[in-house]
Each structure stands twice: as structure tokens, then as C-alpha cells.
Design a protein around this ligand. Sequence first.
Ligand code: NAD
Length: 435
Amino acid sequence: MLMKICVAGSGYVGLVAGACFADSGNTVIGFDIDKHKISSLNNGKVPIFEPGLEEIVQKNLEAKRLSFTTDPAEAIPNSDLFLLAVGTPQGSQGEANLSYLLNAVDTFGKWINKDCIILVKSTVPVGTADRISQMVGQLKYFCPVVSNPEFLKEGTAIHDFLKPERVILGSTSSKAISIVSELYSPFVRSGNPILVMSNRSAELAKYAANSFLAMRVSFINEIALLSERFGADIEEVRKALTTDSRIGNRFLYPGCGYGGSCFPKDVQALIRMGHEQGLEMPLFHATHNINERQKLSLFEKMKHHYQNMNGKKVALWGLSFKPLTNDIREAPSVALITQLLKAGATVRGYDPAANAEIRHHFGDRVQLYDESYSMLDGADGLAILTEWNEFRTPDFSRIKSSMSQPTLFDGRNLFDPIQMRELGFDYFAIGRGKR
Ligand code: NAD
């Protein structure tokens, strides 16, 4: 059964979900409060960098299965499904800020004119679906709430959405579960399961998954620190770990910390949920604290190497929190740049997708370049923060001849320390021998 879907929130999640549901034949209207975003989307321009997204948006705009509006009167009436994909950013006490979500539910309540399923894709604290159910319980229409946490990854979002490893649906309404299962049927043909559970389990599962992955990253970073102090090589230790099938090899890469719009805030929100239940959450506190320290690991190495950072010219490659996105929310680059500027260093930066976001954040305090080599002229140090493919096989002789001192701080362990030293670099990586 094809549906008329209103997607509230046209960010990473709402755009991808809306475009993919339109692509499978549904009629989708993206509703957002950001006029700028909506007018650019209606012109086929996607304001975020996400491989493949613009093509699928344009294709479905042309086919008239997808449109965008800021007008609730156009977006909400006659919808079969209202998909919540608005932001749930971190509040001042670490909690998820639900004000955008509750506003959207409020707007929904004012405009809906028929029975309609509410699908919650935003990451929300346990109990939020019950809260939404209460809010819409006063309406004269049947509006069951299905918790449907999203697991897409920025950079591979379209692929992740079209081929999900699993779809989680939490609801008390079996009718709603069966309708939403049918909506997902084109994407789960590969045999991957739809897991049906309670709203509360579905809500908790999302936080548990993100916090588990964040914990793995902090785990390997803590071992990397020990590795560095003892003169061991974390890459050798990592191989020993990842060849153990009980441990597996995903999310065990040492680096300069995790960032993005999900792991940091979701770990914090889980801590907060525990506190509200009178529980200490030592594992998640440690996950967070290790990461905060790790984001400054390259700065510590620089301070140790140069002694005084004042006036040093530092070039940064990779500013987004990970490759294939322009997202800099909680990115290690932001923490490092802040410290470098405080210490009086001159900061030059280049990112294949996120220069505009860094300019927006730091103004002209960071000199931004549109390619990676000219920024190295006379630089005292080069730091790599994001493992974009173009940084993996650079022209080392060009780097060396451009810089005033060939000094490389590798926040993603892209190169072999022995080779780098043979090439004449002062080379500092994460957890690879004494610093
Ligand atoms: P985003 O910040 O990119 O987009 C959110 C959008 O919601 C914005 O365009 C904003 O203008 C809009 N909005 C705010 N209030 C609104 C309202 N009342 N009505 C309509 N639109 C409104 O956020 P995102 O990264 O897409 O994340 C959305 C949710 O999905 C969050 O809860 C997030 O934790 C979760 N999530 C994100 C990812 C990811 O990789 N980004 C992955 C899985 C889950």
C-alpha cells in the first residue's frame, strides 16, 4: 500500500528517509521550519553533503513524488504517516532537548484531519513515545506511535537506509506495526529482520547501540595511550584483538576521538537517563571522558614537540568529524582549532566538504584553502584529522619541500611510522611507539 507521508525535519535523517520512501513510490512531503533549507530543496539543491542524496532528491522531485514546504497546512492534512526526524540536540544538563520534537507534535495535532501513524525516527529518551501518545490521545483520530530509531551513518546514509541490517519497530498497535512493516518491505528483501518490540525497548536500543560503539572507540584509544607510554604499537595490538572473532574488527580504530551529531550527545543522554533513575553510569562517563581527552591528543603532542605554540603555523587536513560528510558537530577539529588559537598558533585548514562549516564556526580566525598543498608553504606542522581518501596517498616529497619543518601529526594512523621517519619526517601518530 503506497502512503502519503509527511516528514517533519529535513536534515540528514529526514531527507534520506523522505527521499528513499518517495523512491519506493510513496508521496512524501518534507516539512521544515527552516525557510532557507526548504527553498533550496525545492530547487533540487541539497544543503548537506551526502553522497547520492541530491540525485535521489532531484529524481523524486521531478517525478512529483517528493516536495518540500514550511507550511503545515500543506504538509500535514491527509497524511497517512507523520515521520518525526527533527533534531534532539544535547540540552544543558546532557539530556536530549525535546523542544523541537514536541513542537512538531503540537503542530501535527493542530493540522491532522484523519487517522495517522506517528513514526518516531528522531533519537529520543525512553518514555518519549508514551509522552507523544498522551499528547495525541486527546485528538478525535487514531494516531498510534511507532518508535523506529534510525541507524544510518552519514557518508553512507542512502546505502544504509536502502539496505538496513535491521529495522526496529516499537509499538503497542499491531495494526500500525503491520502497515509500517509493509512500508519497509522494499528495503528488507535481503532477509534482514524487522524487529518488533515495545516502544521503550526500541528507544533504549538506539542509545545502547551508539554508546556501545562509542565505548569501543574509547576502549581502543585508552589502550593506545598505554601503548604509546610502553613503546608498543597499537596497530599490532589492534590486529591481535580484531582477529579474535569474539571481539570483531569494527569501531576499533585508534584516532583523535569520535565526534558527530550522535555518539557524543547520545552517550550524554544515556548518562542523564540513568541519573534520573538514581543510577550512576560509570561506563558511559568513562567513554565520554576518554573521548574528550583524546580530542586533544594531537594538541598535547604538538605542545610536547614545539614547547611553545605561539606563532607556529599549523596546517590541518580533514575538518569534518569523519570522511564523506560536511558535518563538524563535535568534530575533533573544532576542539583542536580552539586550543591552537588559544595558544597563539596560526591555523590553516582544508576539507573536501566542510570548509564552509568551519568558516561559519570560526570566521576568519582559520585560513581555509580549497586544496591541500598550497597551505603547506612555510608550515611548521601538518595534522591529519579525518581519513578522507585523498589524504591516504599524498605526495610526501611535495609536503616535505613545502613545510618549514617536515612534521606530521597523524590523527588517524594512516602511515607507517618507520617509512615516515625514513622519508625524513618527524612523525607522530596515535599509540605507535613513544612520542
Ligand atoms: P538535523 O539537525 O540535520 O535536522 C533536523 C531538522 O529538523 C532541521 O532541518 C530543523 O530545521 C528541523 N526542525 C526543527 N524543528 C522542527 C519542527 N518543529 N518542525 C519541522 N522541522 C523542524 O538533524 P539530523 O542529523 O537529521 O538528526 C535528526 C534526528 O535523528 C536526531 O534525533 C538524531 O539524533 C537522529 N539521528 C541522526 C543520525 C545522523 O547521522 N545525523 C543518525 C541516526 C539518528
